[in-house]
Ligand binder design. Structure first.
Ligand SMILES: [Zn+2]
Length: 105
């Protein structure tokens, strides 16, 4: 399974995630595809990236899921996975939550 091998031999997965987030907002799926690890692994690593971000001088930011039908924002939700449906209009057209890093002054 040579094509399944990750490209980031020289750096850790967490460092790779950090670098991805420095470039812009990413969803769990995008990180999973970029790093060739499962979404479950991404979520585990994100927790650590979130904790270490402050030490590196960054703030970890999460843009919550949003309903594309009525505009409802899941801002109380702290989970990295997309919710099933909108509690307001019951639609399932929801955006994925995305993550990023903001440099602290
Ligand atoms: Zn809705």
């Amino acid at each position: 399974m040579k094509d399944k091998e990750p490209y980031y031999y020289s750096k850790t997965i967490r460092q790779a995630i950090f670098d991805e987030l420095l470039e812009g907002m990413r969803t769990v799926r995008e990180l999973s595809q970029a790093l060739r690890i499962s979404e479950k692994e991404v979520i585990t690593h994100l927790t650590h990236v979130k904790q270490s971000a402050l030490n590196k001088g960054y703030r970890f930011i999460m843009k919550p899921s949003e309903c594309l039908n009525c505009g409802f924002i899941f801002d109380k939700r702290d989970k990295p996975k997309k919710p099933g449906r909108c509690p307001r209009c019951k639609e399932e057209h929801l955006t994925n939550p995305s993550f990023g890093l903001e440099k602290l002054l």
